[in-house]
Structure formats: structure tokens, C-alpha cells
Ligand binder design. Structure first.
Ligand SMILES: [Zn+2]
Ligand SMILES: [Zn+2]
Length: 256
């Protein structure tokens, strides 16, 4: 093995894997990537719209937006709300190259996926919503590609051959360099994905589309429609976190 070619992150990961089994957040001893204590403090997306997984105060309702304008996808898995520790970890990957957080996040998503797909069939392929090439150059990597790759590794351990395959070349391309979603207003976000992506028709009929965060859902909706128009029959959405609406205020925890 050429050790010079290994990045510092990779060496740390190998070292950690060989000698430690520690929580990625607090470094306490832990069987998996996070200790029980840190896991309990994560902003779980408990109550949500059953279609688009928008955080709501009542469980299993259909939100106003899904009632007036139903999304093109049927299945959406979004285990966390985009806030607290989850937001810190995702921002760490996106803006500070903290790639070591990819593993705990994809591990958590894989756990939720395995539970969600107990009574339904797994997609054949896993695609991801990519960043624009100029942003990938700026960051040095595409975070959704890195996350989708790690997610496949996690799922393969449970699913073996049934694991959705990640094509070598992602058939979705971002062709318009739009402003970062988090810096736009809701109105601007809803407008921005139009004509921003290009699709090469994929061969699979049932596809999982991965993104790290779903904000308004307009990018996901746009890409889903392009995939359906290209001959895909079913698109399932897999995201780590869903951004709560501005009006949504988490309910205060009851103290006994
Ligand atoms: Zn911990
Ligand atoms: Zn909804």
C-alpha cells in the first residue's frame, strides 16, 4: 500500500476503526458511530406530513402544500429536522471539509431506510442531486456524491445484492450555477431549480434520489419530474434532514 497517497482523513478513519470505537460527536466509547446519549439529542423528525415529511405538530397529516399540489414522488424518507447537531454536522461537511461526519450521518439514514423498507421493495438504483461543477472545484469534492457512496457501503452490509446500485456516472448534472439555497428567500428558492439540471435517461425503473437536505422541496420535485419524464416509473426520495418551515416552532418539551 502506498501510504503517501492516503489522505489524512483516510488515515484517521483507518486508525479510528482499528484502535477505537468511539462516538463521532463526544468521543465517548460507542458501539456504532454515535453513542446512545448523542443519538438521543438529535432533532428527530417525529411529526411530519406523511407525503413530503415537512415537520408538523400533528402526526401523519397531509400538509396544505401536498393537498393543493401533490409531489411527483410517493415515498420520502427524512429522519431528521435540519437543525441542532444535524445542521452543524452537515454544515461541517459542506463548508469546513469535515468529511468524518459523512459516516455517522449516512449510518443514521441507513438505519431509518432499513426500517422504512421492511414492507416495500428497494429501488434498483441510487442517484444523487449533484452540485454544480464549479462549486465541486471550489470545495474539492461533491458532498452528495461522497454521502451516496458511503450510504451504499452502509446499506450493502445489510442488503448484499439487493442494495441499490450507484452508477459510476450519475445521470443528473447541474448545468446552471444557482446561488446557494440557504442564501435565498423561499420565493427565490422555489424559482431557482428551473432549467438547472440535465438528465441522461437512467436504465432503472425504480430509483432512489438522494440529497443531504430538503428545504422547500423544489429541487427534489424538479429532478423527480425530469426522471419520470425520462421513463423512470418510481422515484423515492432519501434525505438526511428536512428544513422546518419558518412558521414552524418546535413544541417545548414537557417537564415533569
Ligand atoms: Zn456521543
Ligand atoms: Zn406535505
Amino acid at each position: 500500500m502506498d501510504w503517501k497517497k492516503l489522505s489524512t482523513t483516510k488515515i484517521t478513519e483507518v486508525y479510528r476503526g482499528l484502535f477505537f470505537n468511539r462516538c463521532y460527536i463526544c468521543h465517548a466509547k460507542a458501539k456504532n458511530t454515535l453513542c446512545q446519549h448523542c443519538k438521543q439529542g438529535l432533532p428527530t423528525n417525529h411529526t411530519h406530513c406523511h407525503q413530503c415529511k415537512r415537520p408538523t405538530h400533528t402526526h401523519n397529516i397531509l400538509c396544505g402544500q401536498c393537498q393543493s399540489n401533490p409531489p411527483a414522488y410517493q415515498v420520502c424518507v427524512a429522519p431528521y429536522q435540519f437543525e441542532g447537531v444535524i445542521k452543524t454536522l452537515i454544515h461541517g461537511i459542506k463548508f469546513n471539509q469535515r468529511n468524518q461526519y459523512i459516516r455517522p450521518l449516512t449510518f443514521l439514514l441507513s438505519e431509518q431506510l432499513i426500517e422504512s423498507y421492511l414492507d416495500q421493495s428497494w429501488p434498483e438504483q441510487l442517484l444523487y442531486v449533484p452540485s454544480h461543477p464549479s462549486r465541486i472545484k471550489e470545495r474539492g469534492f461533491c458532498q452528495t456524491k461522497a454521502m451516496a457512496t458511503q450510504l451504499t457501503r452502509e446499506l450493502k452490509q445489510h442488503l448484499g445484492d439487493k442494495c441499490p446500485n450507484l452508477p459510476k456516472k450519475n445521470p443528473i448534472k447541474k448545468i446552471k450555477n444557482t446561488q446557494a439555497q440557504h442564501s435565498l428567500s423561499r420565493k427565490e428558492r422555489l424559482k431557482s431549480p428551473k432549467n438547472s439540471y440535465l438528465i441522461t435517461p437512467p436504465t432503472a425503473k425504480h430509483i432512489a434520489l438522494f440529497d443531504d437536505v430538503m428545504t422547500t422541496g423544489s429541487t427534489i420535485e424538479h429532478c423527480t419530474k425530469l426522471l419520470l419524464a425520462a421513463g423512470v416509473e418510481q422515484v423515492d426520495i432519501w434525505v438526511i434532514a428536512r428544513t422546518p418551515d419558518k412558521e414552524y416552532k418546535p413544541q417545548a418539551k414537557q417537564t415533569v
